[in-house]
Design a protein around this ligand. Structure first.
Ligand code: 2AL
Length: 176
């Protein structure tokens, strides 16, 4: 799909949520909330409305968003229960093609991360590959919790931006 922002602005909320409900993984409430911020002058304005909604949440809400994300190379990938968006991102980054030592390292680090922070490691898979994902995971494990919460949310916004760009045409004259 690739619709104009004017088409987005004209959507009834049921269609709007059906189409954009997963731009933040498993958080259709965010999409439902920003519907009332239309009309958006551009894709950038749509994205900014989502970003502002997220930023206004208490820290517990931001952690909740992180917890809606499936592990990279985790159980949902193995069992085929990822959302379509997530499956495409994870397979694009080679998460379905780890050798057994990479897979066990990923699983071990993902679990350590969750134990330390209480939310899963989130990174924009489409801007990374398996080497950079493993390196980031291991480096970010050394951060403090508030730093990691903010870092995870930054990644959520990158994932959101790329998902939105797959659905809405960028107006060349009106990028922001
Ligand atoms: C994901 C995912 O499913 N897609 C993506 O870009 N990142 N998950 C994650 N834990 O980072």
């Amino acid at each position: 799909m690739n619709m104009e922002i004017a088409t987005v602005n004209a959507l009834p909320y049921e269609d709007f949520v059906n189409i954009f409900g997963n731009v933040v993984e498993k958080c259709p409430i965010i999409t439902a909330a920003v519907w009332s911020r239309r009309p958006f002058v551009s894709l950038g304005a749509f994205e900014a409305a989502i970003s502002e909604f997220i930023d206004a949440l208490p820290e517990s809400g931001k952690e909740g968003i992180l917890r809606c994300h499936p592990d990279l190379a985790g159980r949902d990938l193995q069992s085929g229960t990822l959302t379509q968006e997530s499956r495409e991102e994870q397979t694009g980054a080679g998460m379905d093609a780890l050798d057994s030592s990479e897979a066990s390292r990923m699983a071990r680090l993902n679990n350590e991360y969750k134990e330390r922070f209480g939310f899963p490691f989130v990174i924009c898979a489409r801007m990374n590959d398996k080497a950079t994902i493993l390196r980031q995971l291991s480096e970010r494990l050394g951060n403090e919790r508030p730093v990691e919460r903010a870092r995870g949310i930054e990644e959520v916004k990158k994932i959101c931006r790329l998902r939105l760009q797959g659905l809405v045409l960028i107006d060349a004259l009106n990028k922001l």
